[in-house]
Write a protein that binds this ligand. Structure first.
Ligand SMILES: Nc1nc2c(ncn2[C@@H]2O[C@H](COP(=O)(O)OP(=O)(O)O)[C@@H](O)[C@H]2O)c(=O)[nH]1
Ligand SMILES: Nc1ncnc2c1ncn2[C@@H]1O[C@H](COP(=O)(O)OP(=O)(O)O)[C@@H](O)[C@H]1O
Length: 206
C-alpha cells in the first residue's frame, strides 16, 4: 500500500441480493487483507451468532445513547431495528493504514458518502428481480408480506445504483467476490498513480 491512510470500502445493495454471503466469501479468501467493521444493532441475536463477531448487540436505549454521543459514522433504522457503524474503529483502523470494509444497507451508504467522499462505493445488484425474490424466499427468514415489502424497497434502491462508483452483479458468489477484490486493487493502483503524479508536480513547483 502506498497511501498511509487505508481505503474505506462500502458494499451495499438491496436486502437478499447476497451482501452477507459475498462479504463472507471475501473474508474467507486468503488474498483479503482489509478489516471488517463490525456493526452495532438492536436486532435480536440469531442462533449461531456471536456478540462482538457478527454484530455488537445493543438495546435500543444503549444505541440511542451512542447516537446522542456521535459514536456512529452512519446509522439507519431497517425493518424495525437500528444498525450503525462505530466511528472509533473505522477511523483508527484507517489511520493505521488498513482498508476498512463496510457491508451496509443503502440509506447508511448515502450517509457515508457525505462524510467520506473518497470512500469506494460498490453496489451489489441481483441478476434480475425474479432471482432477488427467489433468494429472499429460499433464505427462509422472512414472511411473504415482508418479502413483498423488501422487493418494493429493492425497486426503489436499484434506482440509486448510478450513485455508486461500481456495480457488481451477484450472479455467482465467487465471481462477485473476485470482482470486488479486483475493484479494490484497481482503486489502490489509481490512488498510487495520482499520488505519484502529485509528488512529481510538487517537486517541479519547488
Ligand atoms: N446502515 C447500516 N446497515 C447495516 C449495518 N450493518 C448491517 N447493515 C445492513 O442491515 C441489513 C439487515 O441486516 P441483518 O439483520 O443482519 O439481516 P440480513 O443481512 O438481511 O440477513 C443488511 O442490509 C445489512 O447489510 C450498519 O452498520 N449500518
Ligand atoms: N450468487 C448467488 N446465487 C444464488 N444464491 C445466492 C447468491 N448469493 C447469495 N445467495 C443466497 O441469497 C440469500 C440472500 O443472501 P444474503 O447474503 O443473506 O443477502 P443480504 O445480506 O444482501 O440480505 C441467501 O439464502 C444466500 O445463500
Amino acid at each position: 500500500m502506498t497511501s498511509e491512510k487505508g481505503l474505506l470500502i462500502v458494499l451495499s445493495g438491496p436486502s437478499g441480493v447476497g451482501k452477507g454471503t459475498v462479504r463472507k466469501a471475501i473474508f474467507d479468501h486468503p488474498d483479503t487483507d482489509f478489516k471488517y467493521s463490525i456493526s452495532m444493532t438492536t436486532r435480536q441475536m440469531r442462533e449461531g451468532e456471536v456478540d462482538g463477531i457478527d454484530y455488537f448487540f445493543k438495546t435500543r436505549e444503549e444505541f440511542e445513547l451512542l447516537i446522542d454521543q456521535d459514536k456512529f459514522i452512519e446509522y439507519a433504522e431497517y425493518v424495525g431495528n437500528y444498525y450503525g457503524t462505530p466511528v472509533e474503529y473505522v477511523e483508527q483502523t484507517m489511520a493505521d493504514g488498513h482498508d476498512v470494509f463496510l457491508e451496509i444497507e443503502v440509506e447508511g451508504a448515502k450517509q457515508v458518502r457525505e462524510k467520506f467522499p473518497d470512500a469506494l462505493f460498490i453496489f451489489l445488484a441481483p441478476p434480475n428481480l425474479t432471482q432477488l425474490e427467489e433468494r429472499l424466499v429460499n433464505r427462509g427468514t422472512d414472511s411473504p408480506d415482508i418479502i413483498r415489502h423488501r422487493i418494493d424497497e429493492a425497486k426503489r434502491e436499484l434506482k440509486l445504483m448510478n450513485l455508486y462508483d461500481y456495480v457488481v452483479v451477484n450472479d455467482d458468489v465467487d465471481a462477485a467476490r473476485q470482482r470486488v477484490q479486483c475493484i479494490v486493487e484497481a482503486s489502490h493502483m489509481r490512488r498510487a498513480r495520482v499520488e505519484s503524479k502529485l509528488r512529481m508536480l510538487l517537486e517541479v513547483n519547488n
